[in-house]
Design a binder for this molecule. Sequence first.
Ligand code: SPQ
Length: 430
Amino acid sequence: MKTIQLQTGMKSLKGEIIIPGDKSISHRSVMFGAISRGKTTISNFLPGEDCLSTIACFRALGVDINMDDPDKVVINGKGFEGLKEPEEVLDVGNSGTTIRLMMGILSGRPFFSVIKGDVSIGKRPMTRVTKPLSQMGAIIDGREKGEFTPLAIRGGNLKGIEYTLPVASAQVKSSILFAGLQAEGVTTIYEPSKTRDHTERMIRQFGGEVTSDGLVVSVKGGQNLHGTDVYVPGDISSAAFFLVAGAVLPDSELILKNVGLNPTRTGIIDVMKEMGADMEIINQRGDEFEPIGDIIIRTSSLKSTEIEGDMIPRLIDEIPVIALLATQAEGTTVIRDAEELKVKETNRIDTVVNELRKLGANIEATDDGMIIRGRTSLTGGTVSSHGDHRIGMMLAIAALLAKEPVYLENPDAISISYPEFFTHLQSVIE
Ligand code: SPQ
């Protein structure tokens, strides 16, 4: 297995990083471009492996997609009707977003398709989407009654439903919305907590209508979407690693440019401010669909906090690096209501706790989160990403706090969402 030695030694970080495109928005821009009529031009697209899997799946469905530059994608869409029965099994690689959202699109198409992913995808629960999509009329089967991949879908003739999400999940909401756009009548979704709303914003951006009122989202079937220009903001989930690094390393000041500031994603900013982070948001801008800004982060004196309830979906993917942050905060940080971490690329409660412990952190797992006691100095050791990009990046930042050597197994997983991570990190180390 590939193992690399990470940078260590409490170095200061100084300079600026232009944060690469948002993964969630990049996936959705390809999906909407593919199901709309006309030309869609996507700029600042994230050429991470997950988003490339989405492009490969739509090409296999007959969609004309060009990538002249790695971050510029042009799609000549022919509407939902332009999608063709794929000859091969669709492969989503490591991407939960691709498989769950594509299931919603495929469920409305009058053809047969089979979809699968890598070993990690094979362990992630799918009934959360196959159940509502079957209620709408799709015929879906898979291992363990449709819970696990590969999944086979015979789509078409969908009817709108009213559906209460059993878990707060933007992927499930978005999957049902994609099916709802193809269904007869209205589809209404009730969320237990507000989750990222990029799909709703993008329906509007592509000329469609969707209503969102608090936790209720409704969409009418049979709408015509048309191609448009999409600018993808920088990914706050990628910026998170540098927000934490800038706050915990000595004499540091980083400017993170072009960060998406959609309020359904900015939980990490609220939590870090509450913990005492020296942070400023400047140059707030963006289009009418997604807000953007630059963030300045400086070395901070941090105190512990409690994170729970409606805050969890607003920072779910940042919890691994927030756990690291908490090891450098004075007092006991408690994270609750985060059981969903168990069904990500890895069980992120276990991987965060086990890997940070190897570096000397005082952290314990609970049923629905973790308890972290700070401040602790971290030490050297050999850690693993376990194939999970966010664990790999969190550990690379943790290593900077150690004086002894730290080795990372399976670092390549990082290119799932941030291929330039190590280049960017190196560029700001003093
Ligand atoms: O796509 P994937 O593998 O599920 O990616 C992750 C990640 O850390 O990048 C989760 F593992 O992000 C999800 C996120 O956790 C992306 C996402 C989206 O784009 O809609 C929503 C969240 O998942 P969920 O299950 O809460 O809807």
